[in-house]
Ligand binder design. Structure first.
Ligand SMILES: Cc1ncc(COP(=O)(O)O)c(C=O)c1O
Length: 381
């Protein structure tokens, strides 16, 4: 609609809006809507495996006046109880959020003072950086390797440390058991809280499962989501934390959206307690393993021989490191006309840099198209 008053909105934005920038991934995703485009850019689950029929049937069954009414900000109590039982905590320690993304935003709202330092993995989840930048966070990044965050290199001061220990986004790396213990020791020693984001932990297709940080230390704030195990559009996430933190987050959430959709929470609860999700995730693990294998094989076949990769044991991403003089941003510009995209690695760094890396999503593309997409990228390298 045309702005007939001729208001100049640019001049009316609050200064915190200066920190809001469009995400490179979102811009790329617009291109991926073209027919025949092979996008390794978004963090999308495999659409062919969405449980549309199960969700439809459950929705129809649960669509009653209880589900359609306003609900408590803390969330649907049986769902909170389920997670309290699962993680050996109390119901007062569970908040249901509108996806994990909302949990990240609410944590920023209540914990980040302008200028405070948030400790992150380098690289890390782009939208966490975006969420906390708005509240004036400064970031201190610590590198990771095949065994996850290099705990020995962590700073000793910061408001909190944000980590994705299992099948990290973007690197696919998993924090080893030894480093998990070491990280908890570091947190106790320096009195810095840990925030564990775990959207991918259930998607392990190889190797021995490792304990979640929250299972090793109940002080850890833990985030989980139904986005990867059911469907992202349900927007149901779970935050586990100390009751006084939950209490403050509830006050913050009230002003944001009052509560997460009760209907969607009940659908997630039903499909979780019926055992459906467990079965569904077993199928997803097989599908994602096949896609990871296809991508790893294609990279070995078409990419320069010195390309380094972290081969993930689960999750949805492959992280590649090319020669030092390689520019993944310039290469992407050459790839897009050939209808293939990935995310240049510099986007995941709080202060940019690392232009010779790239993140490739394998879950959203069928194996035969994965090979074709990798071949097209390799031609532009
Ligand atoms: C590490 C990480 N945290 C949080 C999210 C957001 O998930 P949700 O759909 O639950 O908001 C994502 C989504 O890709 C993610 O990769």
């Amino acid at each position: 609609m045309k702005d007939t008053l001729g208001l100049n909105w640019e001049h009316r934005f609050a200064s915190r809006a200066d920190h809001m920038k469009s995400s490179a991934i979102r811009e790329l995703l617009k291109l991926a809507e073209q027919p025949d485009f092979i996008s390794f850019a978004g963090g999308f689950p495999a659409p062919e495996f969405f449980p549309a029929r199960e969700i439809e049937e459950t929705l129809a069954r649960l669509c009653d006046s209880d589900s359609l009414q306003y609900g408590p900000t803390e969330g649907y109590r049986p769902l909170r109880q389920l997670w309290a039982d699962r993680l050996g905590g109390k119901v007062e320690e569970i908040l249901i959020t509108t996806g994990s993304q909302q949990a990240l935003d609410l944590l920023g709202k209540v914990l980040v003072e302008p200028g405070s330092t948030v400790l992150v993995e380098n690289p890390t989840y782009l939208a966490a950086l975006q969420a906390w930048r708005v509240y004036g966070a400064k970031f201190a990044g610590t590198p990771l390797d095949q065994d996850g965050l290099q705990v020995d290199n962590l700073p000793t001061q910061g408001q909190f440390l944000y980590t994705i220990p299992t099948f990290q986004n973007p690197s696919g790396a998993t924090l080893s058991l030894q480093r998990r213990h070491q990280l908890i020791e570091w947190s106790h020693k320096h009195q810095i809280p840990l925030i564990e984001d775990d959207p991918y932990g259930a998607l392990r297709f190889e190797g021995e499962p490792l304990p979640k940080l929250v299972e090793l230390d109940p002080n850890v704030v833990h985030l989980c989501t139904y986005s990867k195990t059911l469907a992202p559009s349900l927007r149901v996430g779970v935050l586990v934390g100390a009751p006084e933190l939950i209490c403050k987050l509830v006050q913050a959430k009230q002003a944001t959206d009052l509560h997460t959709s009760t209907l969607n929470q009940r659908v997630a609860y039903e499909l979780d307690t019926s055992g459906y999700i467990e079965k569904h995730v077993m199928e997803l693990r097989q599908v994602y393993k096949q896609r990871r294998d296809a991508m790893v094989a294609a990279v070995r076949k078409y990419f320069p021989p010195h390309t380094r990769m972290i081969v993930p044991q689960g999750g949805m991403f492959l992280w590649l490191t090319l020669d030092h003089d390689f520019d993944s941003v310039a290469a992407l510009e050459r790839c897009v006309p050939h209808k293939v995209a990935y995310v240049p690695g510099n986007n995941f760094h709080p202060h940019g840099g690392d232009p010779h890396t790239m993140r490739l999503n394998f879950s959203n593309t069928r194996p035969e198209m994965i090979e074709e997409g990798i071949r097209r990228i390799a031609e532009e390298l």
